[in-house]
Design a protein around this ligand. Structure first.
Ligand SMILES: [Mg+2]
Length: 286
């Protein structure tokens, strides 16, 4: 439930920016680590929230609702964020429901998804091209510190998984452009057309079952409500990456609040203090 009020947390801070919300989490046993992609590692789709919210506000205005654009924006932003981490189609299903609630004629959610994708591509195609032809370096479009952090996890024997709500083909392509695909090997998951057959929860259940793991051996990183809640539901430890995707420095307070509501154990702005975080998670420091 999103209340808008400041969640009551008594956090401790490590090195000024690693916020430990639950210091009693089990540490030291992590061998399998799950990452979300957009906003958690990749910044290629920076600004997707604005693109989606603006499109949805426009669609809802066309129903003739008496709500003001400001009211609609606040409402849309809330449900978009609540559904972030699930496949994009679920945000579009919600949009179709919102249109119907206001007496409008809703399109097929898949059509809304295509429209959104076209709008987003307009915003990011220059970035994709620049990465492909070498005009941009991968680190320009990666959450700061990602690569050294993935390297360090790898060196410590952790197996890495990538699970995104974005369509699988785009996740694979964009992970390759950023030079991050190699860390995950075959363990890259994303949205598929038959959307009921994929969810982050399913990926987690599979990781736990195939490796005979218990929840506390699973570590998850994400900037979306859903993956944080799912990691907690699986009994794992959830690190919220409340990345400021535009400013790229410090924490996005709006994201932080919602990720705390989702049950995050630790909040970080990015991986600049990745080594310190790892030392804490692997109990090389108190
Ligand atoms: Mg994300």
């Amino acid at each position: 439930m999103v209340t808008g009020s400041e969640p009551i947390v008594k956090s401790i801070f490590l090195d000024d920016e690693i916020e430990v919300v639950h210091p009693d989490i089990p540490r030291g046993h992590f061998r399998h680590v799950l990452f979300d992609f957009d906003g958690t590692l990749s910044l290629i789709r920076e600004g997707w929230q604005d693109v989606m919210v603006s499109m949805m506000v426009e669609v809802l205005q066309q129903t003739g609702t008496h709500e003001t654009p400001t009211e609609l924006r606040a409402h849309v932003r809330e449900f978009v964020m609540r559904l972030t981490g699930r496949q994009t189609i679920y945000q579009m299903i919600q949009l179709a429901d919102e249109v119907k609630t206001r007496g409008g004629q809703a399109l097929d959610p898949l059509e809304y998804k295509h429209r959104y994708h076209q709008l987003l591509m307009r915003r990011i195609e220059g970035r994709l091209q620049a990465l492909a032809n070498g005009a941009s370096a991968p680190d320009e479009w990666t959450v700061p510190g990602s690569r050294p952090f993935l390297d360090a996890l790898h060196r410590n024997g952790c197996k890495l998984y990538l699970a995104s709500g974005t369509d699988l083909k785009y996740v694979q392509h964009e992970a390759e452009l950023l030079g991050l695909a190699e860390y995950f090997g075959d363990n890259i998951y994303g949205a598929i057309d038959d959307y009921k057959r994929y969810s982050k929860g399913m990926v987690m259940e599979r990781i736990l079952a195939e490796n005979h793991l218990h929840g506390p051996e699973l570590l998850g990183f994400g900037d979306g409500y859903v993956e944080i809640a799912e990691v907690k539901r699986a009994g794992g430890v959830a690190v919220a990456v409340a990345s400021d995707e535009t400013g790229r420095l410090g924490t996005d307070e709006w994201k932080r609040r919602r990720l705390l509501e989702a049950g995050a154990d630790i909040v970080i702005p990015d991986y600049r203090k990745g080594q310190q975080l790892l030392d804490y998670l692997l109990v090389k420091r108190p």
